[in-house]
Design a protein around this ligand. Structure first.
Ligand code: SF4
Length: 372
């Protein structure tokens, strides 16, 4: 088997739980880093797959609760051609000292969870940092790293357009910022904030779409490339690791709740640190395994690739199916005529002007492919 080039590491620890968050994490004051490091390395051993990562992404949870030594010990296990090593950072943990130690440990990219600069909204969604800390974290990160990304949330409860524009103005005033990811606020049933949903003034679909378009227009004017539905970058600063997901390359994820995709099979690790630890200690794989059929894989490939401006490169067999569908489907022909999608050689692309109705378009493409 060819070696795997993309490695995700889940760090499932947080100081406290944000009320809207449905990511898997455990609340903890002190992390036993050595124990967790050994579990991760043992998981890699149990999987027994050649891994020579070009990209490593430490996500969470709150990876920046861990010491720089943890990251250094982990990445020195891999002698390969590492091109991009990202750590997600919470602004309240982003001191200059910590960030420069991360850089010395070999980290090449940091992603700051800014979310918003508005103190009232930060407080409302239960984030631990303030506007001042968010600004300081950006200043600190940009003084140390060349490749810095920031996450921004939009369509927050009670958020106004003015407040969103203010967030964008502040964020883009940092001229050296290379990458921005945007996330629409989503209510998940299993979260504490869900119980208060009646009293939350959450923007409806129209406002959500208006906010999204406003962000796209604003960031385009600031010369950011809108390369994926939720991601913007300066030229050549796309997130290489995340591109591997959208291009459906092989990747492996380690740690509780992490996912892997290898040769058409999806692996999902258990979302429980205790169960995960027991399985690893007993040399068992800590995951559920879902193999996909050819049809399912094609649908996943379309659903991932069309999220990007690079589109989906179809192989011979897929090309035959899509071409046949286009010949028979009036809907697909209309999509092509109106340049909602383009199809050149073997690459199918969605026009970014229609990213805001991505689900609708991709749903239609998939149903036409199987139904004509
Ligand atoms: S949003 Fe981030 S910091 Fe907050 S609980 Fe979720 S993973 Fe932890």
């Amino acid at each position: 088997m060819k070696s795997i080039k993309h490695l995700y590491v889940h760090i499932p620890f947080c100081r406290r739980k944000c009320p809207y968050c449905d990511f898997y994490s455990e609340i903890t004051k002190n992390v036993d880093e050595e124990n967790y490091l050994q579990l991760l390395l043992q998981e890699i051993k149990i999987r027994n797959i050649p891994i020579e990562p070009e990209t490593v992404y430490f996500g969470g949870g709150t990876p920046s609760l861990l010491s720089p030594a943890f990251f250094e010990k982990f990445i020195t296990q891999f002698k390969s051609n590492l091109k991009e090593i990202t750590v997600e950072i919470n602004p309240e943990t982003a001191s200059k000292e910590y960030l420069s130690q991360l850089k010395s440990a070999g980290i090449t990219r940091v992603s700051l969870g800014i979310q918003t600069f508005n103190n009232r909204l930060l407080n409302f969604i239960g984030r631990n940092h303030t506007e001042k800390e968010a600004i300081n974290s950006l200043e600190n990160a940009l003084s140390i790293f060349n490749n810095v990304s920031a996450d921004l949330m939009f369509a927050l409860p009670n958020q106004t357009e003015k407040s969103l524009l203010n967030d964008l103005e502040i964020l883009t005033s940092f001229k050296e910022l290379k990458h921005i990811s945007i996330y629409g606020f989503t209510l998940y049933e299993n979260t504490p904030i869900y119980k208060r949903k009646e009293s939350l003034n959450i923007p409806d679909e129209n406002r959500f779409s208006k906010f999204y378009k406003l962000i796209v227009k604003f960031l385009k004017e600031k010369k950011f490339l809108h390369y994926e539905i939720s991601n913007f970058s300066k030229q050549n600063y796309e997130c290489k690791h995340n591109l591997s997901y959208w291009f459906l390359k092989k990747y492996i994820g380690v740690g509780p709740s992490a996912a892997s995709f290898i040769d058409g099979v999806y692996y999902k690790n258990v979302e429980n640190l205790t169960v995960y630890s027991e399985k690893i200690k007993n040399c068992n794989l800590p995951c559920e395994i879902t193999p996909f059929s050819f049809n399912e894989l094609l649908e996943i490939k379309l659903g991932m690739g069309l999220r990007t401006i690079y589109g989906v490169r179809l192989n011979y067999q897929e090309l035959e199916i899509v071409e046949k569908a286009i010949m028979k489907s009036e809907i697909l022909q209309t999509f092509l005529k109106e340049e909602i999608i383009t199809f050149e050689k073997n690459v199918l692309r969605l026009n970014p002007e229609y990213f805001h109705i991505f689900n609708f378009i991709v749903g239609k493409i998939a149903s036409e492919i199987w139904n004509v």
